[in-house]
Design a protein around this ligand. Structure first.
Ligand code: C2G
Length: 130
């Protein structure tokens, strides 16, 4: 079976997240999703996600196309995550274009176009403007 791996924070889950996950699933037989931990987000973005990691993982795990979910605790461990999950393909949105090309030796690396005009930040702004 062809295993696809994708990563993300998936905070305030929206249709842009769904689109990338569904397209990733369509590229193989088994989809594994690494959900970024709260601590990783705090280090990377200087703030915690709106929803805590166990809630973000529960939402992603409940999607029909998702087979397995794990907590992504460090960006530096990406190679280990790919190998441990026996990934054949790494799929990311094209905001990450080129950033994971170094993993081409362990799997295929594919960047999919982002869904336009939606983001967690835009959703938060829309809600605060009400
Ligand atoms: N995404 C998308 N279209 C949008 C918004 C997001 O296709 N309008 C995709 C991103 O490109 C990414 C996935 O949805 O592939 C998750 O996005 P984020 O939750 O913003 O993930 P990020 O914080 O970039 O975490 O190891 C990498 C990190 O875990 C990625």
């Amino acid at each position: 079976p062809r295993t696809v791996l994708t990563f993300g924070t998936f905070d305030v889950f929206h249709v842009g997240h769904l689109n990338v996950i569904e397209r990733a699933a369509a590229m193989g037989d088994r989809l594994v999703v690494g959900v970024s931990s709260d601590a990783l987000n705090e280090r990377k973005k200087g703030r915690a996600p709106v929803f805590p990691e166990h809630e973000r993982m529960a939402i992603v795990r409940a999607l029909a196309v998702v087979d397995e979910v794990f907590l992504e605790e460090s960006l530096e461990d990406k190679r280990d995550y790919l190998v441990a999950n026996e990934a054949d393909v790494l799929v990311m949105g094209d905001d990450w274009k080129g950033r994971f090309d170094e993993f081409n030796d362990v799997c295929e690396v594919v960047y999919l176009p982002r869904t336009p005009a939606i983001s967690t930040t835009a959703v938060i702004e829309r809600i605060s403007a009400r």
